[in-house]
Design a protein around this ligand. Structure first.
Ligand SMILES: Nc1ncnc2c1ncn2[C@@H]1O[C@H](COP(=O)(O)OP(=O)(O)OP(=O)(O)O)[C@@H](O)[C@H]1O
Ligand SMILES: [Mg+2]
Length: 225
């Protein structure tokens, strides 16, 4: 993305949050976004994740110019090309761990053409990866916070997205669980050659990424590693 502007409309005056912001993320690269609460990290992730449209500048994904893409075009790219992990996992409470992991694959099935047995196989591999085979049929309320967050990571990886977007993925976990989830995320991104764009207040987690940027006055400032 280059020269990106984003302004929130409020009841009083418009609130510019991102101003002339530039960011390029190469395949296989991991980037951490840091900065104080309210500086615009989540806003940037929403825009990079094509959940909203920018108010100025240019945005492309996989070489496609998405600046003026319709909501259908954005949904399509999101569905097959991106995986999201949030601070509060947002698992679907009425579905089990394995069903939550399968969900993005069922939704993408018309595009991906994955067979039902492939979907079950992939979900089972992912459960192995997060070390939760024995909790496959547990509902989110029957999992610990760290386990729920691991399921959320597995769900984000389900469609082998080129880009993983994570908004404070360890923000809600104790330090030990946070390290588990962080390692899982960084390693799987490495193994799958996905890119990772992650907002975090955890500087240890930021250090595990290839580079770290601070969101400051609506733009990015590179941190020395
Ligand atoms: N829907 C909205 N309408 C108006 N202003 C908003 C809206 N959403 C966010 N903001 C404002 O935009 C700024 C950036 O918000 P954002 O959520 O991107 O911050 P953040 O860096 O992710 O913060 P945190 O670390 O607390 O998650 C904040 O000052 C916030 O008050
Ligand atoms: Mg935020």
């Amino acid at each position: 993305m280059s020269g990106v502007h984003y302004v929130y409309a409020t009841s009083s005056e418009p609130l510019p949050v991102l101003k002339n912001l530039n960011l390029t993320l190469n395949q296989g690269e991991s980037v951490a976004l840091i900065g104080p609460s309210g500086c615009g990290k989540s806003t940037l992730l929403h825009l990079a994740g094509l959940l909203d449209t920018i108010h100025g500048g240019e945005l492309s994904f996989k070489g496609l110019n998405m600046t003026k893409a319709s909501s259908e075009q954005r949904s399509k790219q999101r569905l097959t090309g991106m995986g999201f992990v949030y601070q509060y996992h947002h698992l679907l409470s009425e579905f089990t761990a394995i069903e939550n992991i399968m969900m993005p694959m069922w939704i993408a099935q018309p595009v991906s053409q994955l067979s039902s047995s492939d979907i079950v196989k992939r979900a089972s591999e992912l459960l192995d990866l997060i070390n939760l085979q024995d909790r496959s049929h547990h509902y989110p309320s029957q999992l610990s916070g760290g386990q729920q967050q691991r399921v959320a990571v597995a769900r984000a990886l389900a469609n082998r997205p080129e880009l993983i977007i994570a908004d404070e993925p360890t923000g809600n976990l104790d330090p030990e669980r946070a390290d588990d989830v962080a390692n899982l995320l960084i390693n799987t991104v490495k193994n799958q050659e996905s890119s990772l764009l992650m907002a975090t207040h955890n500087l240890n987690l930021a250090k595990m990424c290839n580079s770290t940027y601070r969101v400051e006055k609506g733009a990015l400032v590179k941190e020395n590693s």
